[in-house]
Ligand binder design. Structure first.
Ligand code: ADP
Length: 552
């Protein structure tokens, strides 16, 4: 394709541009802002992909970046055809900036996507513009002498239409203010609308007056409004945590600064440098101030967290020390209690068995009470000793192979008299012909099953208890189901923790400690098994499960 060169143009940069014909402020005003728009839009989209708001924001930014790109082409394009094309396409990003701004405003202020009617309206505008795009209504002619397009009749309408868009944005903001109830909402709406209108207003005015006076240098002012707009958006992000991101991107600001400074290199006349330096200085001032403030805040927060962490560490050490003391005391006290208790228990049993001769009936009743009480005290002391052994890591497990089904049956047989005394039914079932061998501490597993069955006896006022043993692939499941007081769902988890009891437990069993199931869980888990309970609720019975790993 043979392209025609603009008058005086010498294609240099990338073969399509002649940078020497650019006005001195062109690169300074456009390139950093172009990059700022793209980076900022993408940054917000990356941080908050799912939101419609960030998509509309990206829409504004990309439209603006495209607009800048086309304007740059108009200034420094070296070939007639490409410059002409840039003139012709300009109407699309020019309108998109305003239309995306309407959608953005609505979504930002009302926290929901704009109604469809807005979108149909925007769709119609674009269909109209696409039809007009290649016609003389858009670009009437091309001035070869200045390498410029001559705008067509549609452009005055475009400027009026843009003003209508501005009015619509103001109306949306007013509606928001009238409907707002939260205290910060009005301020937020005001600051946001001010930023957007300022940007679109400057943009509109610089285009309109540039066009009217045919002094296209005026257009260079337009993009500066964009910087303010992005600044305000950043402020809104920080202050109101819009876009789900608290982070005001320092990187982006620093990035822009680099470009602003680098753009100084493109300024050809020394007198312009002053303006540019003042502008850059102002920006450096603001950014520097904000940066120092945020670094200071961060350091303060870190110091606070570090102090908290140190305090927490101290408190933890103290707690560990107290816990250790508690376990030691528990162990000591239990040991001291056990010897006299064993003596009381032994002698009361001997008395009851008649080892010291026949007792009068009255004395016998009292000795029976002593015997029962000493036995339950011994049980409690043993539980305390188990807890302190577990917590100090001193619990020993005597591992050997044993038949878990036989063990469960043994427990059932031993406890049968207690069940019958209470008038409950009792049954034991198992699948015959299966291998129930387990490698573990049979004494401890017996204690666990015994505890769970004993609990069922204690917490079942009427009905009965069923014990079942089955093999499930490499697991053995021992189930103890009762028709007792049941357990509230909210209580289920706490039963297996230290001193965990339900609110109603004391009604049925006054002397319980809430340690039995804790000890059971620790013992079973130490042997690679599991214990848990299921209950349909209060008064509806409970089923306890002990799962052990079978030896194959
Ligand atoms: P204790 O029975 O000494 O209170 P456990 O640790 O053996 O302590 O049991 C903890 C709690 O679990 C009991 O206090 C009781 O609230 C509840 N619980 C245990 N077994 C049953 C059961 N079969 N039915 C209803 N609640 C039970």
């Amino acid at each position: 394709m043979n392209l025609n060169l603009c008058l005086d143009a010498v294609p240099g940069f990338l073969g399509f541009f002649d940078l020497s014909i650019a006005p001195p402020l062109l690169f300074y005003a456009y390139i950093p802002i172009f990059i700022l728009c793209v980076v900022f839009g993408l940054f917000i989209l990356k941080k908050d992909k799912s939101s419609t708001l960030s998509k509309y924001f990206l829409g504004i930014n990309l439209s603006f970046a495209t607009w800048i790109f086309l304007i740059l082409f108009q200034w420094v394009g070296a070939y007639l055809e490409t410059v002409h094309l840039a003139w012709q396409l300009l109407i699309i990003p020019e309108l998109s900036i305003f239309l995306f701004s309407i959608l953005f405003t609505y979504t930002f202020l009302f926290k929901k996507d704009a109604p469809n009617i807005y979108k149909y309206f925007i769709g119609l505008i674009f269909i109209g513009v696409s039809i007009i795009l290649p016609t003389t209504l858009n670009i009437e002619a091309f001035d070869l002498a200045f390498c410029e397009g001559v705008v067509g009749y549609i452009w005055p309408t475009v400027y009026v239409f843009e003003l209508i868009c501005l009015a619509l944005i103001v109306l949306i903001a007013i509606e928001r203010v009238l409907k707002s109830k939260e205290p910060g909402e009005k301020f937020k709406t005001f600051i946001f609308t001010f930023g957007l209108i300022f940007f679109l207003g400057i943009f509109w005015a610089s285009n309109y007056f540039g066009e009217l006076t045919q002094t296209y240098e005026i257009n260079l002012i337009g993009p500066i409004g964009m910087v303010l707009f992005l600044g305000i958006i950043s402020y809104v992000i920080m202050k109101f945590k819009t876009f789900n991101t608290k982070l005001f991107s320092t990187q982006i600001l620093v990035f822009v600064l680099w470009f602003l400074v680098a753009a100084l290199l493109f300024i050809q006349r020394i007198s312009y440098i002053k303006i540019v330096v003042i502008f850059t200085l102002a920006l450096v001032g603001i950014i520097g101030f904000e940066l120092v403030k945020s670094v200071k805040r961060e350091i303060e927060q870190r110091e606070k967290i570090e102090k908290l962490a140190a305090d927490l560490e101290k408190a933890n050490a103290k707690l560990r020390e107290l816990d250790q003391l508690k376990s030691e005391f528990l162990s000591f006290a239990s040991h001291q209690l056990r010897a006299p208790l064993t003596a009381i228990d032994g002698y009361s049993s001997m008395l009851l068995q008649g080892d010291f001769g026949k007792m009068p009936e009255k004395v016998r009743d009292s000795v029976q009470v002593i015997d029962t009480s000493s036995k339950s005290l011994i049980k409690i002391v043993n539980e305390f000793l188990d807890v302190s052994r577990i917590q100090q890591g001193r619990m020993k497990y005597d591992m050997s192979d044993f038949d878990s089904e036989k063990l469960a049956e043994e427990v059932v047989a031993e406890l049968k008299p207690n069940v019958e005394k209470k008038g409950l039914t009792f049954s034991f079932n198992s699948e015959k012909g299966k291998n129930y061998i387990v490698n573990g501490d049979s004494g401890k597993i017996k204690q666990v099953i015994g505890n769970i069955v004993d609990n069922s006896i204690k917490y079942t006022p009427k009905g009965g208890i069923k014990v079942h043993v089955e093999r499930k692939s490499d697991k053995i499941l021992i189930t103890v189901a009762d028709t007792g007081i049941g357990i509230d769902t909210a209580d289920i988890l706490k039963l297996f923790s230290e001193f965990g009891r339900t609110k109603d437990a004391h009604k049925t069993n006054v002397s319980g400690t809430g340690l039995g199931l804790y000890v059971a869980k620790q013992m079973v888990e130490a042997q690679k098994g599991r214990v848990w309970v299921e209950s349909p609720g209060k008064g509806k019975g409970s089923t306890f499960f002990i799962e052990l790993t079978a030896k194959n």
